[in-house]
Design a binder for this molecule. Structure first.
Ligand SMILES: *[C@@H]1O[C@H](CO)[C@@H](O)[C@H](O)[C@H]1NC(C)=O
Ligand SMILES: *[C@@H]1O[C@H](CO)[C@@H](O)[C@H](O)[C@H]1NC(C)=O
Ligand SMILES: *[C@@H]1O[C@H](CO)[C@@H](O)[C@H](O)[C@H]1NC(C)=O
Ligand SMILES: *[C@@H]1O[C@H](CO)[C@@H](O)[C@H](O)[C@H]1NC(C)=O
Ligand SMILES: *[C@@H]1O[C@H](CO)[C@@H](O)[C@H](O)[C@H]1NC(C)=O
Ligand SMILES: *[C@@H]1O[C@H](CO)[C@@H](O)[C@H](O)[C@H]1NC(C)=O
Length: 602
């Protein structure tokens, strides 16, 4: 996720799935009107307080090529030395959960029925279509912890999370939820809620510690995910895997500049083939990349001072990344098909097309087109509709920024997805930049709004009413815009029509949740519950009244976790995680989802 420009230059807010961060490429400016019990798991463990101090002076990342390829244990140590010391987890074996998990008694109703329905009574005449998937999301870096265990190589986020100023609360994800060893409990707890699927990501650096096609495979990593997948299947929770959720193996950044180099393509395809072969027939729905636009948008500005491939600079890095990543995606999908891997594959788009802020201003309508092209079309046009970049991008960005595809490349890219996936956290108004669209375009790179030349407006143009209730201050990009959901889905389906859409992430950070100390207050996540119930109701209307083929809804997130640049203190879980004990507790939203889906799935 993605969208606003962070206030601090060095500090880009990255948020889990939908909206975040501020690089020139990927984030148009956002303007705000102001300046801006039985439910608890039984394990008890004590996590030692942090001993790893963030890198005090802030070391620059090793220049490209300065670390030579050495695939021995010494070579792996050398990579970990770039990161520095990491915290060890309090235990290093997979915990067997106590089953069956007994759900707590349901919470009292939130509102009288004259004001709002309880979850099971929302649009009770409508059901989701047969085969609809109700899932919860996580991502490897954000939940696994155990970051240096069982042969894993470092990822760029292991490095970034200890650079000064990188993470708002100075936390790392060295331990986080320790889902690496607690996955059985997490799966058992969501199975008890009636959750049908878990969308998780595989850590590339666990499978291939050095990332490259010629590096050794880490059998412990392969075995770990095999066990995890089998446990899901045994528990009736479908495992859905993403190959890349932003955790680039550090080795690849050091060897050649990661995704800013074309060398990433073969290495990614090799990684994908390794994983496809290992889990063929057990995972049936695959994603290559999570929110590539957000990832490439921040490749230039975050993590800090990373090195680029020769000839690439901060301005061009996001587009070189997009070009390489799209080839990596298409190459992986080609391999998936050639290998006859069972199931379906796509990538996860994010963000929204938008609504013109002022009805009487043609520039705002043009700005909406720009927003849709830069935020979604950049990957969705080549993959779903034309094989090529959106015309708006080609008209704005010269080939030195955005490399052009050959006809042969276009043919390989077009059609390299079996369905559409969208992380649809929000949808907002869009206007032309204050200086005017034409001025922005003719100013070119010297204009801070260039090349997107559009501005997100989080309030209406008449009376400055907010588009929706605000999430926690740790997620300033997020408002509850469920009332825009149907229009947002219509726009997406009109522009990139497919037979099937999954809404692969949406979720909410309950205001002040991290400031609370009493569990009974934390569990009462009213705003998150309202957001989820409103969204899911709008989704029923989208399916039944607008005939949008939505076949899955995945909520971010299964558990509180490491929210990128915000660290552990911005919480998106439908379960609370106590980071001292690692205990999980169901919040109201988890039980609301359970009740809602029990009534609406067939
Ligand atoms: C990034 O590089 C610049 C220039 O070398 C340096 O001044 C700055 O301290 C570095 N920042 C970090 C966070 O390492
Ligand atoms: C994070 O660390 C920096 C540098 O040590 C410090 O200035 C800042 O107050 C810390 N922030 C938090 C939230 O602890
Ligand atoms: C994947 O599984 C399918 C069905 O069993 C099989 O036809 C195909 O050959 C397998 N591919 C690989 C690479 O194992
Ligand atoms: C659009 O309408 C607003 C509010 O009525 C007005 O202030 C503005 O001048 C109008 N803009 C144009 C271009 O007509
Ligand atoms: C980055 O590279 C582009 C394309 O070569 C060039 O036009 C631009 O001036 C460069 N920017 C900087 C800051 O060097
Ligand atoms: C988390 O666990 C610690 C240690 O048992 C406890 O002191 C604290 O109150 C717990 N936090 C919450 C919100 O329950």
């Amino acid at each position: 996720m993605f969208t606003q420009i962070a206030c601090l230059l060095l500090y880009v807010q990255v948020s889990l799935g939908a909206a975040t961060s501020g690089s020139l490429l990927s984030s148009p400016t956002t303007v705000s009107p102001s300046t801006h019990s039985s439910s608890t798991a039984s394990i008890t463990i004590s996590v030692p307080t942090s001993t790893a101090t963030p890198n005090p002076g802030g070391a620059s990342f090793p220049p490209v090529g300065s670390i030579t390829r050495n695939f021995s244990p010494t070579g792996l140590d050398q990579l970990w030395n770039v990161v520095g010391p990491v915290e060890s987890p309090p235990f290093t074996t997979t915990v067997e959960p106590q089953t069956p998990v007994i759900l707590p008694s349901p919470p009292p109703t939130l509102y009288p029925s004259f004001y709002a329905n309880r979850p099971k009574d929302i649009l009770s005449d409508y059901k989701y279509p047969k085969g609809f998937i109700f899932g919860l999301d996580t991502a490897a870096y954000q939940v696994e912890g155990a970051t240096k265990e069982e042969g894993k190589g470092p990822s760029m986020w292991d490095w970034a999370s200890r650079q000064p100023g990188a993470i708002a609360d100075n936390s790392t994800a060295d331990i986080a939820d320790l889902q690496y060893y607690l996955y059985k409990e997490d799966v058992a707890r969501v199975a008890a809620l009636g959750v049908k699927a878990h969308s998780f990501s595989i850590s590339w650096a666990r499978i291939l510690p050095f990332g490259t096609a010629d590096s050794p495979v880490n059998q412990q990593g392969i075995d770990h995910y095999a066990d995890l997948i089998q446990y899901h299947l045994k528990s009736g929770v479908e495992p859905i895997a993403t190959l890349f959720h932003w955790d680039t193996p550090l080795a690849l950044q050091a060897y050649y500049g990661g995704f800013t180099s074309g060398q990433i393509v073969d290495d990614f395809v090799h990684y994908a083939k390794t994983v496809f072969a290992a889990y063929n027939g057990t995972v049936k729905t695959w994603f290559t990349f999570n929110e590539p636009r957000v990832f490439c948008g921040q490749v230039a500005s975050y993590p800090f001072n990373i090195t680029y491939a020769p000839g690439v600079n901060t301005s061009t890095a996001p587009y070189q990344c997009s070009y390489n990543l799209i080839h990596a995606h298409a190459g992986a999908v080609k391999a998936f098909r050639e290998m006859n891997i069972v199931g379906e594959i796509a990538f996860k788009s994010d963000d929204f097309v938008g609504t013109p802020w002022r009805k009487n201003t043609t520039d705002d309508a043009a700005a909406v087109e720009r927003h849709g092209a830069f935020q979604i079309g950049v990957f969705a046009d080549p993959i779903y509709t034309t094989g090529d970049w959106p015309t708006i991008l080609k008209d704005t960005l010269p080939p030195e920024y955005l490399p052009r595809f050959t006809e042969e490349e276009k043919r390989e890219i077009l059609g390299s997805a079996d369905f559409f996936a969208i992380d649809a956290y929000r949808s907002q108004y869009i206007s032309a930049p204050d200086e005017g669209l034409d001025a922005c375009l003719s100013n070119g790179p010297s204009d801070p709004e260039w090349p997107q030349c559009n501005t997100i407006r989080e309030f209406d143009s008449n009376a400055m009413w907010a588009v929706g209730a605000s999430a926690d201050v740790g997620a300033p990009w997020l408002q509850d815009t469920s009332r825009f959901f149907r229009d947002a889905m219509k726009e997406i389906h009109r522009r990139w029509p497919t037979q099937k859409i999954y809404v692969t992430e949406f979720g909410f950070a309950q205001p002040f949740e991290n400031e609370r100390t009493e569990l009974y207050r934390i569990k009462e996540d009213t705003d998150r519950t309202n957001y989820l119930m409103s969204y899911l109701g709008e989704m029923l209307l989208s399916i039944h009244e607008d005939h949008i083929p939505i076949m899955g809804a995945f909520i971010w997130s299964m558990v509180d976790n490491a929210e990128w640049g915000q660290g552990l203190s911005t919480r998106f879980g439908v379960q609370y995680v106590n980071y001292t004990t690692l205990e999980r507790t169901y919040k109201r939203s988890a039980l609301a989802l359970s009740e809602f889906f029990e009534a609406h799935l067939q």
